[in-house]
Ligand binder design. Sequence first.
Ligand SMILES: Cc1cc2nc3c(=O)[nH]c(=O)nc-3n(C[C@H](O)[C@H](O)[C@H](O)COP(=O)(O)O)c2cc1C
Length: 641
Amino acid sequence: MVKFKSSADLTQKRREILAQREGKRYIAINASGTCGLSSGSDKVSRAFSAEIEKQGLSGRVEVRATGCLGFCENSPVVIIFPEEICYVKVKPEDVPEVIAETIIGGKLVERLLYRGEGGKRIAREGDIPFYKHQSRIVFGNNRSIDPRSIDDYIAQGGYAALGKALLEMSPEGVLETVKKANLRGRGGGGFPAGVKWETTRNAPGKKKYVIVNADEGDPGAYMDRSLLEGNPHSVIEGLIIGAYAIGSHEGYVYVRQEYPLAVENLSIALNQARRYGLLGRNILGSGFSFDVTIHRGAGAFVSGESSALMNAIEGRVGEPRPKYIRTAVSGVRERPSNLNNVETWANVPLIIDRGADWFSGIGTKGSKGTKIFSLVGKVNNTGLVEVPMGMTLRQIIFDIGGGIKQGRKFKAVQTGGPSGGVLPEGLLDLPVDFDQLAAAGSMMGSGGMIVMDEDSCMVDVARYFLDFLSGESCGKCVPCREGIRQMLRILNRICEGKGKEGDIDLLEELSAVVRDSSLCALGQTAPNPVLSTIKYFRDEYEAHIQKKRCPAGACKSLISYYILPEKCQACQICARECSVGAISGGKNLVHVIDQDKCTKCGTCIEVCPAKFDAVVKLSGEPVPPAPPPGTEVTRSKGKKR
Ligand SMILES: Cc1cc2nc3c(=O)[nH]c(=O)nc-3n(C[C@H](O)[C@H](O)[C@H](O)COP(=O)(O)O)c2cc1C
């Protein structure tokens, strides 16, 4: 690799790469991302490489092992360029057919195409509803880049923004552009990035740090991992530009221990950037020097909080400290330290390249640009989606997500990670941005979006998140440590049918204390799941407490399974499948569940044939007495057994 001494060298390199690739086709497979690998995409990728060689196509067709393509539900995903034909759930044994039919024959392999509404096959990636309604400005390049190839990034125009910033703009000019674009932090709070950069820039002290927060501790969230795995150079480029604007020469990427592939791809990317002279001394001949160290976190949710993260970088326990002085002024080793989320940094090159007006033209009044969400739960198309700020929850969940699994009814959506809130059906038309979500009692957080159907109990959901937060509280401050624990005790007893009158008031009172007096935002936001579920689903709390009933039929202590004697046909399937032997009955005899033995796993209701429909789930009502032993079944009319 030759070091670039100027931005002309970079431009020349890009020209060479493009010339060398001209006229070639390439096949993108999500084989450099964790989700793709877990679905076997690496085997598909190897099968393509072998088949291309076998067919003598090596000089004309290239295989690109990309990071996550977002469409997780349909992985391994294959996109064939330039037509952008998208094949889903591809297996290695499909590969010879794809090469023969599509690459050589120019025809589609119909059975591998995505099936849209009414089973209609869709050939082009961009026509699939999951992709069609998205604006993938940050995430979109994943499909064109093998993260282990800096040349792939350069071919997409990568590092041109860095050249522009370093050689055509002053640090102040870069800062003003980011401020004008009104880029708000994607890691949780939505704080304006430019304002924070300015604070660090103006803070006294020569040595300053810039840091990438890739802790991503929210359960179910994986957009930062997918960006680091799939397009690490976009984050590195953003970081170098930020460092230039702030006046920093040392950076850190704080990445959680559980992300080995992200660390691997990032390390490769950093080394390649160094070899090209895009990191290190005198970058692109600009006189500006900067380099980056990877710090691997030990996997605690609270370590993602800014002061805790900086403690961890210093080698101390990753616990928060009081922020009388902000970390932007006194952070790592008491030096000014600017921390931004992975996605925030990845937006920076786009803003410098295309301008503040372009960026602020996307989104809502107070929230500009796009946001990547991890859309998970009871939705048909789970995956990573990038949408302009202001798109409604309904559009995200139904147009992109394809609606609720098995045609069930939407009940609620949880946004913002464990400290976010739960929003009901009545808010489906809420435009999603930082301020609207906060006003509704939830938050953007880092972009988790968990969709729930009518089988989800809202008290149990609040209990689940408080259980997580109670375990993750570092314990340093009493309101968070004890307050969350007490709230969890109350929620546990409500879910167990032991809730008392006054419990809802007590939860609200404790919420106010924990919110107002906790040391860091873990405690300050922990009451959100409780307060939002009380706000929108108070009747469910009341049913649990007053009627000992779980309306969703999810809380095990409040439900019972019962076999309707008049419907049981003694098929014996439930008795056979019950893992604890709680069901008695024999040939021609009505089956009975022993309520003391039953673990409420629900297998009996699942396996009871739909034509009999003999098992019911009861909640808030007594279980009817069992028929006397030896009661014979009443045969359904006309059925012989
Ligand atoms: C308990 C807790 C965990 C957090 N975890 C993360 C995280 O994993 N990633 C992240 O970017 N921000 C996380 N944050 C937010 C950070 O403290 C900080 O606000 C953010 O990294 C700043 O970057 P941004 O302005 O670009 O969003 C967390 C905050 C708290 C209170």
